[in-house]
Design a protein around this ligand. Sequence first.
Ligand code: FAD
Length: 376
Amino acid sequence: MKKKIAIIGAGIAGLTLANLIKKNSDHEFMLYEKQESLSLDEGYGIQLSTNSVKILNIIGFSKIDNNKIFHPTGVDFYNIQNKKICELDLTQFNTKENKYTTLKRTTLIEFLKDDVYTQHLRFGKKIKEVSELKGKVLIKFDDNTNDLVDLVVGADGIFSNTRSFFEKKKNEPKFKKAVAVRTILKTKSELEINEEKISLLMGKNCHIVIYPLNKNKEINLVCIIREKKYDPENIKSLINKVVTQNSRFEKVFNGDLKSWPLYFTPQILPSTNNKVFYIGDAFNGFLPTLAQGAGQSIESAYELFNLIQENKADIQNAYFQERSKRAKIVRRRSNINFFAFHFSSSIMQALRNFFMKFLVKRKNFISSYLGTIYNN
Ligand SMILES: Cc1cc2nc3c(=O)[nH]c(=O)nc-3n(C[C@H](O)[C@H](O)[C@H](O)COP(=O)(O)OP(=O)(O)OC[C@H]3O[C@@H](n4cnc5c(N)ncnc54)[C@H](O)[C@@H]3O)c2cc1C
């Protein structure tokens, strides 16, 4: 049955759902974004593992300009002194059509916006009030416009405002006492890394991820540093915690730096309204240590789309069961990685490195730790 759907938030999750509806169904929909435009500044890099590439290909991602993306062949693990520990082959998860991909977030947003921009996207829209009317949801926006819809999809990120209109129980994101610092390198600088791969350097209370963003040799660097407080004015002293462990990073952090605090959602809670769903970070915000935030946003949009298409009676329950099961698996692994990447004691680091060398070669382990996620 044809439905009218309001999607709140035009990030990766909302835009993916919009594309799936537009290209594969005849439901009516509108995306409501609170900002006045899509954030298309340089942005940070995104890693897309095969689980999300497979879904994006359904909406035409395989036709994207090949120069704007990259397919890293593996992950090289180093200590902070740039000494290699071990490597993981990423091509084992690839198929001919679906390859592990890295790109700029803006490249992904540009691709996702193309087919929905003019007809299905409204900017400067913030919900003011919601109510139920004749079995539908009436949304009033603060610019005095409104929409009467069958379904509302909250895709408005980890601090979801949509939740505050529909849910009594709060699930406020928590600060992980860690800060992310990002820069784009034009060259690999003085680091001895393989540019065809993702490099992950683990230090005391910090780790650094470096990967190519496209075929133009632009390289993304994200550094996660444990820090009790987030002070955007004091990023230099934060960076010092890394530079003191390896002075070669001084040059690396010389460019334009962006920083943001890391948050996670403490609980996975269902929607209490049968007509309201949450996707992406609005469903659950993950730590970035498994690089699955965007991937899970894409997956959640796809799961919800399929359930709407099947038109089953209890979509809400089916969606929550499937999504929460998946989110728990990803959350557990992201948390383990966060813990293991940041050991401060040299004994613990040596132990970790020993186990990593051992486990990375164990096919059964890799297929259960990563394959369950990448080959979904
Ligand atoms: C350091 C770091 C590195 C990361 N690296 C990766 C990676 O390599 N791979 C990966 O898969 N993921 C990564 N992520 C995570 C990923 O970027 C996010 O999980 C993903 O972008 C979430 O998408 P979303 O659409 O759910 O939310 P968002 O991207 O937050 O989008 C929400 C949208 O809703 C809008 N909005 C907000 N409030 C309202 C409102 N009240 N009304 C209307 N609109 C509203 C916002 O303006 C925004 O456009 C990383 C995250 C961090 C912090």
